[in-house]
Write a protein that binds this ligand. Structure first.
Ligand code: AMP
Length: 219
C-alpha cells in the first residue's frame, strides 16, 4: 500500500491499542496513541505531562488545545509521510475538525475510520483484567494475554501493575466520557463516507482480520 491514514475509534477497553500494535507492520505506518504520548509526557514530567495528569487521573479528557499541539507535532514527523494509524485521537468534535484542517494543509485526507464495537460487559471485563509493565509499556491481560510468569513482564521481568486510570471509578468515568464526547464522531465520519463499523468481539486474530479487510490491507 502507498499512503494510508487511519483512525481507530472505540470505547476504552475495545482493544484499540492491542490491535493498533499488531496492525502497524501490515499497514507500514506508525502507530500514534495519544494516550501513550500523554503517559510519556506524564512520566517525563514535561510541562504538558504536568498539566495533563490531573485530567487523566480522574478519567476526564485532557483539554483539546494541549492534545492538538502534541498530535500536530507528531504527525508532522518524517516517519508519518506514508501515513499513520491514530489510536485514541480524535476524541471530540473539535479534535476531529482540527485533524481535518491539519490533513488538508498537508495534502492527504483521512482514508478510513474504523469504529470497534464491543458490548459493555466485555469492555468492563477487559479493563478490569488489564495489566501493564511500568518499565517497557507492554500490555497484558490476566485472562486473555497472561504473562508466562504470573505478575511479571515477559520482556523485562518487571512487576506488572494496574494502570492508574484502569481503576473502577475511573473506568466508569472514561466510559461515560466516551459515550458523551467521542461516540458522536461515529456519525460524523459516517457522513464523511469513511466509516467502517467492525465487530470488536472475539479473538485478537479475528478482529485484526476484520479491520484489515475493512481498510483494504493485507494480513
Ligand atoms: P487512552 O490510553 O487512549 O485510554 O488514554 C488515556 C487518557 O489520556 C484518557 O482517559 C484521557 O484522559 C487522555 N487522552 C488520551 N487521548 C486523548 C485525546 N485525544 N483527547 C483528550 N484526552 C486524551
Amino acid at each position: 500500500m502507498s499512503e494510508v491514514r487511519v483512525v481507530l475509534l472505540g470505547p476504552p477497553g475495545a482493544g484499540k491499542g492491542t490491535q493498533a500494535k499488531s496492525l502497524v507492520a501490515s499497514l507500514g505506518v506508525p502507530h500514534i496513541s495519544s494516550g501513550d504520548l500523554l503517559r510519556e509526557a506524564v512520566t517525563g514530567l514535561t510541562e504538558l505531562g504536568l498539566e495533563a495528569r490531573s485530567y487523566m487521573d480522574v478519567g476526564d479528557l485532557v483539554p483539546d488545545e494541549l492534545v492538538l499541539g502534541m498530535i500536530e507535532k507528531r504527525i508532522g514527523g518524517t516517519d508519518c509521510a506514508p501515513g499513520f494509524l491514530l489510536d485514541g485521537f480524535p476524541r471530540t468534535q473539535a479534535q476531529a475538525a482540527a485533524l481535518g484542517d491539519m490533513l488538508n494543509a498537508r495534502g492527504g485526507p483521512l482514508e478510513h475510520v474504523v469504529a470497534l464495537a464491543v458490548d459493555r460487559t466485555e469492555v468492563v471485563e477487559r479493563l478490569a483484567g488489564r495489566r501493564i509493565c511500568p518499565d517497557c509499556g507492554r500490555l497484558y491481560h490476566v485472562r486473555f494475554e497472561a504473562p508466562q510468569n504470573e505478575g511479571r513482564c515477559d520482556g523485562c521481568g518487571t512487576e506488572l501493575v494496574v494502570r492508574d486510570d484502569d481503576r473502577e471509578e475511573t473506568v466508569r468515568q472514561r466510559v461515560a466520557v466516551y459515550e458523551n464526547r467521542t461516540a458522536p464522531l461515529i456519525e460524523f465520519y459516517r457522513q464523511e463516507g469513511i466509516l467502517h463499523e467492525v465487530n470488536g468481539s472475539g479473538s485478537q486474530a479475528d478482529v485484526r482480520g476484520r479491520i484489515l479487510e475493512a481498510v483494504g490491507g493485507q494480513a
